[in-house]
Design a protein around this ligand. Structure first.
Ligand code: XBP
Ligand code: MG
Length: 254
């Protein structure tokens, strides 16, 4: 079946947003609220096991802070902290910016020129997606993404396939007509469970994850001047420095 659309995860895939973006924003919200919660870089790596910022805060307290006495309205406190964190994150992006990962803009442009459709399937809050696209892509390019599935629009976050089902339904495409781009084990589990072939570009937090079933595993998508390192591929990619549509089609046909 012909390839019709590329579906991208956001955090860790379009840009390396977790360590210097989300983590910092969480810590700012905690400090502001007078909490002694401080998520350092390794701890945040462990917390990423749970997707969704609100879910991650609950997990942190349950797993790492047996000393913390939850107030009666703990869920409301988490919701307030999360709203504050979203404010910090979006401001942080507007002020400093986090660049797209290598090869992302090149592949998006090539896909558009070839008439392929683009979509997003992410666990992050919609405002975070808007902020990233506004600061990292050319003006007006947020419109390139026909469907943006994000955050709480589905009750079960990744590794559940729900967000991919949501996006596929709105694209009116079958999983065989699309390919997913992910960076994490939770991400590939969600995409594969929805029946999608998946390209993995790992990062420092996810390089040791289990990417069983991936069509390609590489350190990034690559650029002519910045070749990628391929850990695993469905076909031989010898000599290829980056993922373009021709190579993607070869990988998907395997
Ligand atoms: C992203 C997430 C999100 C972000 C933080 O996962 O799990 O929770 O870390 O954003 P994926 P929020 O890349 O698999 O979509 O605080 O808005 O949840
Ligand atoms: Mg991700």
């Amino acid at each position: 079946m012909a390839l019709e659309a590329l579906i991208f995860d956001v955090d860790g895939t379009l840009a390396d947003t977790e360590r210097d973006g989300h983590r910092v924003a969480f810590n700012r919200a905690f400090a502001e609220a007078g909490l002694d919660w401080d998520w350092d870089v390794p701890l945040y790596g462990a917390l990423l096991e749970v997707t969704g910022g609100k879910e991650r805060m609950h997990h942190y307290v349950d797993r790492f802070r047996p000393d913390y006495v939850k107030p009666a309205d703990f869920a409301a406190l988490v919701a307030r902290l999360h709203a504050a964190k979203t404010g910090h994150y979006t401001r942080l992006l507007a002020e400093g910016g986090i660049p797209l990962r290598p090869g992302v803009l090149r592949l998006l442009k090539e896909a558009r020129s070839a008439g392929l459709r683009l979509a997003i399937a992410t666990t992050t809050t919609p405002a975070n997606v808007d902020a990233l696209l506004a600061q990292a892509l050319p003006v007006g390019a947020a419109k390139w993404f026909e469907v943006i599935g994000a955050g709480d629009v589905v009750p079960a976050k990744k590794p559940a396939p729900d967000i991919y089902h949501y996006v596929l339904e709105r694209l009116k495409l079958s999983p065989q007509q699309c390919v997913a781009f992910e960076d994490s084990e939770n991400g590939i589990r969600a995409a594969r469970a929805a029946g999608l072939k998946t390209v993995i570009t790992y990062n420092d937090y996810t390089r040791e994850h289990d990417f069983t079933g991936a069509t390609l595993v590489a350190d990034h998508l690559g650029e002519p001047a910045e070749p990628f390192a391929v850990a695993r591929a469905a076909v031989s990619v010898n000599g290829a420095g980056y993922l373009d549509l021709a190579l993607l089609q070869r990988l998907l046909a395997a």
